[in-house]
Design a protein around this ligand. Structure first.
Ligand code: NAP
Ligand code: 12T
Length: 344
């Protein structure tokens, strides 16, 4: 079997660690793996498939002989190293916001727009976590009955921000329960036992950048520039699992039964919807899973063509590492990536 030489940039981070788990679990065809991070982690050893692999500092030479480079070390690192990696022949799958809206870079969710992978120029962007889970649920419905407008409110876990935010919630929760004061570092305010309507920076239009990503990325992935979207992104004191209340206006009425029938067949979707037994998607039970869970499917009684649903996924898996590995798998399956020896 053909194998690929894979590099992970940000291998010591929350998403980097999830990359390793997902590659192992899915038995991705690898002949070697390079674990890259900052100079702070150089020399550290991390387990991959029962072997200890040494972490190396990311440098301009790190990508020689690499076929697939999975980046998750922040937008700045991606902006600096991804073009170098692509130039040395690797296909970059970038999990940061650096290139998502660049017109020459495909932005891909394999359940929605796998064909876009084909026109990459060395870099493929992985969308924002909140966007990914929303489009997996919306696209199958949109194909049947074009969507005109979406109002979405998110309930986002702290692991989306990285390991420092997970530590901050852990520490603050203990402090609050012990009656001590908390001092925020990662977020502008205390996140333990609190809810913050601010994710990423504020823009001049009053939205946050996280909210604006949902607007622009959804249109790009679904090839639907006309969909009107408004989002409020909210950080909640949950470790992992993003939840979303999604209110959709279709061109024609979309009855809940029909939506359920369509979503039951949709790739990557699992319906959990039985109010009688309080069955609906929950962040806690989505942790470690691959699906986008949909429930609370009901008519939006405020509009004749309205439908409302509750969408939950593991933000580190489908929202980040899994989606990126699925992009790599799609390239392998369709022979859109070739190992170094096979090039030229
Ligand atoms: P994290 O837990 O804070 O990890 C950050 C990683 O970046 C670590 O491996 C760190 O290495 C590495 N890093 C920092 N500075 C570096 C440098 N100068 N050179 C090379 N590596 C460096 O964060 P995370 O949750 O894994 O997320 C990382 C990034 O992924 C985020 O900034 C974001 O851009 C992206 N992300 C995207 C989504 C999405 O929506 N699809 C979701 C989550 C994250 P050290 O351990 O050596 O410091
Ligand atoms: N600020 O990849 O803090 O654009 O949860 C993902 C997650 C940016 C991104 C977060 C963020 C991204 C967060």
């Amino acid at each position: 079997m053909t194998g690929y030489r894979v590099a992970i940039v940000g291998a010591t981070g929350l998403v980097g660690q999830e990359f390793i788990r997902v590659l192992e679990q899915r038995d991705f065809p690898m002949t070697s793996i390079e674990l890259l991070a900052s100079d702070r982690s150089a020399g550290k050893k991390l387990p991959v498939a029962n072997r200890e692999i040494e972490v190396k500092e990311t440098t301009s030479e790190s990508f020689e002989g690499i076929d697939i480079a999975l980046f998750s070390a922040g937008a700045e690192i991606s902006r600096y190293f991804s073009p170098m990696a692509a130039k040395s022949g690797a296909v970059v799958i970038d999990n940061s916001s650096a290139f998502r809206m660049v017109p020459t870079v495909p932005l891909v969710v394999p359940e929605v727009n796998p064909e876009d992978i084909k026109w990459h120029n060395g870099i493929i962007a992985n969308p924002n976590c909140s966007t990914i889970q929303m489009v997996v649920a919306l696209y199958p419905l949109h194909r049947v009955n074009p969507i005109k407008r979406v109002i979405v409110d998110t309930y986002q876990a702290v692991s989306g921000t990285g390991s420092a935010a997970v530590d901050e919630l852990t520490k603050q929760a203990k402090q609050v329960l012990d009656g001590q004061n908390t001092i925020p570092h990662v977020y502008p305010h205390q996140i333990a036992f609190n809810v913050l309507p601010e994710i990423d920076v504020f823009l001049d239009n009053g939205y946050t950048r996280e909210e604006w990503k949902l607007v622009e990325e959804t249109r790009k992935i679904m090839h639907a520039d006309d969909i009107a979207i408004s989002a409020t992104c909210v950080r909640v004191p949950v470790f992992t699992g993003h939840s979303e209340a999604v209110h959709v206006e279709f061109s024609q009425p979309m009855l809940p039964d029909e939506a359920e029938r369509i979503l039951a067949q949709a790739p990557g979707v699992k319906i959990l919807d039985d109010p009688a037994i309080s069955l609906y998607p929950q962040a806690w039970s989505a942790v470690g899973t691959n699906e986008v869970f949909v429930g609370r499917i009901r008519r939006d009684t405020s509009h004749p063509n309205g439908l409302t649903m509750w969408v939950v996924a593991d933000n580190l898996r489908k929202g980040a590492a899994l989606n990126a590995v699925q992009i790599a798998e799609e390239m392998v399956e369709r022979a859109w990536v070739h190992p170094v020896e096979a090039r030229e």
